[in-house]
Every structure is written in structure tokens, then in C-alpha cells.
Write a protein that binds this ligand. Structure first.
Ligand code: MLT
Length: 400
């Protein structure tokens, strides 16, 4: 028996596992420390009442022979996919079909699993800094040498440059807006350039829009399909985690339009084949929970939570700025991307912040080489702890 040697090309530990391990070690060595975690983007507010009520009802249905449900349909029940179609697309002027929506247990799984349907010798363009799952899953699939890094820096507001005439053409392009980790957001005009590029070169865009709920003023697109031509070149990944606090419940969806035809084959057919073979669907209770997100009360309640997290991000952004840091994001994103002081690396500053303020961030270099010199803080914490963390940072680093 031989192992999949591609795994040996990975960093020994997943970024957030390393952060957690270091935090645990610090707490073990300083049991008196009151540690505030603003590292992983995990929500802290409970599921909203409309969702809880729908789940209770669904649990009762599962307890009754007349309403019990077994395996769910491969792509998810119509009741939830119809809501997704209507609320996230049709109401926004985007025409999609029900069978182009695949419900799943979250965008993280989908963004890793989708690689199954692509040849291993495809080249893959990935931004740096980036959500590490894109890189790691491509390495696992044997595409280590096929990765084309798209460097993103403050000079271009962390937007990657579109490859020029002499540059190699990527087969697959990962884009995430609003961006994790930098919090930057992309305009329609900018995304149109990527869509035109992908269509012209017959490349595929994997568009991660799990943070779309943080765009509220209509100034930026929430979906790649708001861009003309995107249906023939883009897959979109969405999640209920950041929108409705489902990080512990697990539900997301992926849109694979029929217009995506590569090598004479519809990607929709391949993804259906992959999912129906390797995935047995999202639990009925969770699907009813997701459906409740689209009810009148559900929408009101999730918007309250989202406003709360947005306000946290604003508090962090303003607080660290007042403490003298240059910071990015925090407006269309739950994340604040902090430029760290001279003389520190991302990891040494992570240690400094932990020791001086007992605050845990995520070191920028964990998101790629271009993330060196930065640290990410999340607005998904509680208000009290967020304010406390910011006060400690101001006290420790602000100009005296
Ligand atoms: C993050 O902190 O980057 C995210 O929570 C990770 C994720 O969504 O899996």
C-alpha cells in the first residue's frame, strides 16, 4: 500500500489548526490569561429564532412515520433550492435553473471536492494571500506544480492583475470577493475583465462569494452571475455559515450552470455524478433550517446578526487605525487586515499580540507569502470581547 504522496507536499498542519495549537500552548503556560480569540472566522451568535423553530418542527417530522424522511434528493430538496433560486438570483435579475444549484454541507467541502472533476494537469491561478484551502486541495490533487500565483498587494488594493499577453494562461482561476483574508471587494468592471478573459481563453473561474452578505449598499456585485458572460465560465460557491451563522450546522451550495461546457462535457453533469456518488446530501433538518433563512422573520433576524458583525469589524478597523496601524477591509467584510509594525514577521507579531494583549489573530503569512507583514482579525466575536481586544491593542501599541 502506498500513500498519496501529494499530502507530503503540504504544510504539516492546516493554518487554523496551527493557530489553535499555539493558542492552547499559550493558555496552558498562562492559565491566568484572559485570551480573546479573533482568529478563525467563526460566528459567535446563536442561530436565529426562525431557524431554530424550523429545526424543531423538522425534528418532530422525523419522529413521525408519516412525515419521516430518509435520504434527501442528491442536489437538495426543491423547497430550499427554490428559495435560493428566487432570493439569491431571480430577485437580483439573474436567471438560473433549479438543477444548476447543488446543496451541500458547506463551501469549504465544495471548494475542495470540485477539484475531482478537473484533470490534474490543469494549471490553476490562485491569489496570494488566499484562503489556504484552495492551495492545499490542489496540492492534494497533484497540482502542486500547476499553481500559478497571482500576487496581491496593497498597491492594487489586493486585486490580482489579470494575466497579460506574455503570461501563461491558467485553466482554472480562483477568485474570492469580498476577499478572505484582505477584506477587499471587487467592482463589476473589474470582474467583467476576468469574465472576458476566462471566456476568451476557455478558462474556468471558481468564484467564492461566501462573504457576499457583507455587501449591503449595492455598490459591488454579490454574485459572479451579475457579470454578463459569467454563466459560460464560472462556478459559484456560497455558504450559510457567514450569512446565517451555520458554521456548526453545515450548509452551503454550489452553482454549476449548464453553459459550462469543457472538453465537450457539461460540468453540471460531472458534478452531479461526483456528488451523487460521494455525497449523500444535507440532513432534512438542516435543509429546513436553511429554508427558514429566507422567511420574512429569518431575513430580518439574520440581517440583525450581520449588522452586529459589521459593527464589530468597524470597531476593530477604527480601533487599530487609532492605535496607529494601517488597516484594510472591515467594511464589506468581517475581516480586518492589519499591517504589522516594522521589525516583526507575521508569526512574531502573532506572538507579541498574544503575549502583550492576550489577543489571538491569524498571521498573514499563513495565507501565503504575500501575506507576510500582515495579521487578520475577525469581527465575528462578541461585542464585549471585541471592544476589550481593541482597547488592549490601543493600550499596548497606541502612541503614548
Ligand atoms: C476563516 O477564518 O478564514 C474561515 O472561517 C475559514 C472557513 O470558512 O473555513
Amino acid at each position: 500500500m502506498k500513500i498519496n504522496k501529494n499530502f507530503l507536499d503540504l504544510e504539516a498542519s492546516y493554518l487554523f489548526s496551527t493557530v489553535n495549537k499555539k493558542t492552547r500552548e499559550f493558555i496552558a503556560a498562562h492559565p491566568e490569561a484572559d485570551v480573546i480569540k479573533l482568529s478563525i472566522g467563526d460566528v459567535t451568535k446563536p442561530l436565529c429564532p426562525a431557524v431554530i423553530e424550523a429545526m424543531h418542527k423538522a425534528v418532530d417530522e422525523m419522529a413521525d412515520e408519516k412525515t419521516f424522511r430518509g435520504y434527501p434528493p442528491e442536489q437538495g430538496y426543491d423547497f430550499i433550492r427554490e428559495k435560493i433560486l428566487e432570493w439569491d438570483y431571480t430577485k437580483r435579475g439573474i436567471n438560473l435553473q433549479l438543477d444548476e444549484i447543488f446543496l451541500s454541507d458547506g463551501a469549504k467541502s465544495d471548494c475542495g471536492n470540485i477539484g475531482d472533476i478537473f484533470a490534474t494537469d490543469n494549471t490553476v491561478a490562485i491569489c496570494d494571500p488566499v484562503y489556504p484551502v484552495y492551495i492545499d486541495t490542489n496540492i492534494m490533487n497533484g497540482r502542486k506544480d500547476k499553481i500559478i500565483i497571482l500576487p496581491c498587494s496593497a498597491e492594487t488594493n489586493f486585486l490580482p492583475a489579470i494575466p497579460g499577453a506574455g503570461d501563461s494562461v491558467p485553466d482554472i482561476i480562483y477568485l474570492c470577493f469580498p476577499n478572505n483574508p484582505t477584506g477587499t471587494v471587487a467592482s463589476k468592471e473589474y470582474l467583467k475583465k476576468w469574465v472576458d478573459y476566462a471566456n476568451a481563453h476557455h478558462s474556468l473561474i471558481l468564484f467564492d462569494s461566501v462573504y457576499e452578505a457583507f455587501i449591503t449598499d449595492g455598490k459591488y456585485p454579490k454574485s459572479i452571475y451579475e457579470i454578463e458572460g459569467a454563466k459560460s465560465c464560472a462556478i459559484e460557491l456560497r455558504s450559510f455559515s457567514k450569512t446565517a451563522g451555520f458554521t456548526g450546522l453545515r450548509c452551503g451550495y454550489t452553482v454549476v450552470p449548464h453553459d459550462l461546457v469543457f472538453d465537450g462535457t457539461e460540468l453540471n453533469t460531472l458534478w452531479f455524478r461526483r456528488q451523487s456518488t460521494k455525497f449523500n446530501g444535507v440532513s432534512y433538518v438542516t435543509q429546513r433550517a436553511a429554508e427558514a433563512v429566507y422567511s420574512e422573520e429569518g431575513q430580518k433576524e439574520i440581517q440583525e446578526n450581520l449588522s452586529f458583525y459589521r459593527e464589530n469589524a468597524r470597531i476593530i478597523f477604527e480601533g487599530v487605525t487609532a492605535a496607529g496601524f494601517k488597516a484594510f477591509g472591515g467594511q464589506y467584510s468581517p475581516y480586518v487586515w492589519l499591517q504589522i509594525p516594522q521589525g516583526f514577521t507575521s508569526w512574531t507579531f502573532f506572538d507579541e499580540l498574544l503575549e502583550k494583549c492576550n489577543v489571538v489573530g491569524t498571521p498573514g503569512s499563513g495565507f501565503g507569502k504575500m501575506g507576510e507583514g500582515y495579521l487578520r482579525l475577525t469581527g465575528f466575536g462578541s461585542r464585549e470581547r471585541t471592544i476589550e481586544a481593541v482597547e488592549r491593542i490601543k493600550k499596548a501599541f497606541g502612541k503614548k
